[in-house]
Design a binder for this molecule. Structure first.
Ligand code: ATP
Length: 295
């Protein structure tokens, strides 16, 4: 028997132990060494630098000593079995977890070397820099125009009506929606199809010129055609923005992302170039997940 001086979690989700005991006849890769991520979790010039991040819901530790860089203008996908902590970790990046009373985040999280959890950090400004698109399209019960104009108005980004018109048009164009809605900007947004609503939410997120867009399963409520449109959009947006996407679909991760991060029971097990993760994963748990042995 070998003894590891670190916390591990077994593939079967056995309780954590501070000291891991590995059976000789069991490959070492089936255990997770806490804080050790295989592959390439770090970048030369990161946008986000995340170190030893832990997230607690009350006593429950949902994210366990995760360190990761998110590079400028990359699309990185977070994948892993249900409940492994993908959304929790994503929500740390613009402090969306702040609204959950029992939630506590520790570790170092910087955006362009600024500590985003510094109590002096302006959360409204952070969320303008790091926008978010949710699983279910959630347009405001307002007109299409007002949905996109909302952010620029509250952030004072346009002095004149014509400036606001330009922002609305550009955002809708970038979201691939302008031609479909330009003749009915005053129509209520909730009357649009689900796919159009989700692209409107993307237009709303980019209207405030964010640097990063977080997407939490943005296509899970969409049909295949609407999904394909959003995926095309992600590829176009990646020229201007850093994109972090949580997805249950491995095919989607493979189609849209440059790097893929595999989470398991709150640990970040492996991060690599997406093609490598899906063709030759380094960690046995990643391989088990992508080959459908669990998940
Ligand atoms: N608001 C909350 N309060 C308490 N526990 C929570 C809360 N949100 C998530 N959790 C717990 O934290 C862990 C990680 O959940 P999270 O939703 O981040 O996982 P996930 O990988 O995104 O899951 P899924 O793929 O099912 O959406 C789970 O055990 C979950 O039950």
């Amino acid at each position: 028997m070998n003894t590891l001086n670190s916390t591990v979690t077994s593939e079967a989700g056995m309780p954590e132990q501070r000291t891991a005991v590995v059976q000789e006849d069991r490959p070492a890769e089936t255990v997770i060494e806490e804080g050790k991520t295989v592959g390439s979790p770090f970048a030369d010039d990161p946008k986000f630098k995340l170190r030893n991040v832990e997230v607690f819901y009350g006593e429950q530790r949902a994210i366990k000593n995760v360190s990761l860089d998110i590079a400028r203008n990359e699309v990185i996908a977070f994948i892993g079995p249900s409940g492994c902590g993908k959304s929790t970790f994503l929500r740390c990046l613009n402090r969306m977890n702040d609204s959950i009373e029992s939630c506590r985040v520790t570790g170092s999280l910087t955006l362009d070397d600024q500590d985003i959890y510094d109590p002096k950090h302006d959360v409204v400004e952070l969320r303008a820099r790091v926008g978010m698109v949710f699983q279910k399209p959630n347009p405001f019960p307002k007109s299409i125009y007002d949905n996109v104009a909302y952010g620029p108005r509250i952030h004072g980004l346009a002095n004149r009506k014509s400036d606001l018109d330009d922002i609305v048009e550009n955002s809708l164009r970038k979201a691939g929606l302008w031609d479909e809605v330009k003749d009915r900007l005053d129509a209520t947004a909730t009357g649009m199809s689900g796919g159009q609503q989700q692209r409107l939410c993307i237009a709303r997120a980019i209207a405030v010129s964010p640097e990063v867009v977080l997407m939490d399963e943005p296509c899970s409520a969409l049909d295949p055609i609407a999904t394909a449109k959003v995926e095309e959009l992600i590829a176009e947006l990646s020229e201007s923005y850093t994109i972090v996407i949580v997805t249950h679909s491995m095919q989607q991760a493979a189609r849209v992302s440059h790097r893929t991060a595999y989470f398991h029971l709150g640990h970040l097990v492996e991060v690599n170039e997406t093609s490598k993760v899906f063709t030759s994963p380094e960690h046995e748990l990643t391989e088990s997940y992508i080959t459908g042995r669990f998940g």
